[in-house]
Design a protein around this ligand. Structure first.
Ligand code: ADP
Length: 159
């Protein structure tokens, strides 16, 4: 079975991430979406909250499961029987970061393959980081995240 791991911060999950999940679910037999608990980034939502949000948004995919993890991504992939790590590519900046990560992961675990999937054109400029900043300034982000996420972001930031 072709099982892939899609790890990330997902703080918050965006239409860009959801597009990758949809395409990943079509490409692989099974897709494990895993919220990383230890990225060192300041987060808006706790890992439990992020998992809950992603579960509610991925109900339509019978081959997608959502979980959280701490520690090395390749180790988590191995423990869960995932032979592939799926990551997204938007810009050249992503390419530099993701290719470094892929080389490191291949050195650590040659049996785990990284697959980089190009973002869809309409989501090339959608990032969690930008959305967090925009919400703090009171911007409407409903074109970039699902309604439920936009509402929770507003509540959380008091905007
Ligand atoms: P991380 O902190 O691990 O980079 P992110 O949640 O920011 O976590 O992103 C997880 C993965 O999803 C990364 O590979 C990132 O490049 C990809 N990604 C983020 N936004 C998009 C998007 N709009 N389209 C496609 N891939 C994306």
């Amino acid at each position: 079975m072709n099982k892939a791991l899609y790890p990330g911060s997902f703080d918050p999950i965006t239409y860009g991430h959801l597009d990758l999940i949809r395409r990943g679910a079509k490409t692989f037999d099974q897709l494990v979406v895993a919220v990383a608990r230890n990225t060192g980034k300041k987060s808006i939502f706790s890992p439990d909250e992020r998992v809950e949000i992603i579960v509610s948004l991925t109900q339509e995919f019978s081959n997608v499961e959502v979980t959280q993890f701490e520690g090395m991504t390749v180790e988590f992939a191995r423990r869960n029987g995932c032979g592939v790590i799926l990551r997204g590519l938007r810009t050249m900046a992503d390419f530099e970061y993701e290719s470094q990560l892929a080389f490191i992961n291949r050195t650590l675990a040659p049996d785990v393959e990284t697959v980089l999937m190009m973002s869809s054109q309409e989501y090339t400029f959608v990032s969690s980081k930008w959305i967090k900043e925009a919400v703090i300034f009171g911007a409407d982000v409903s074109r970039f995240v699902p309604d439920s996420v936009a509402k929770q972001l507003k509540k959380r930031t008091g905007k």
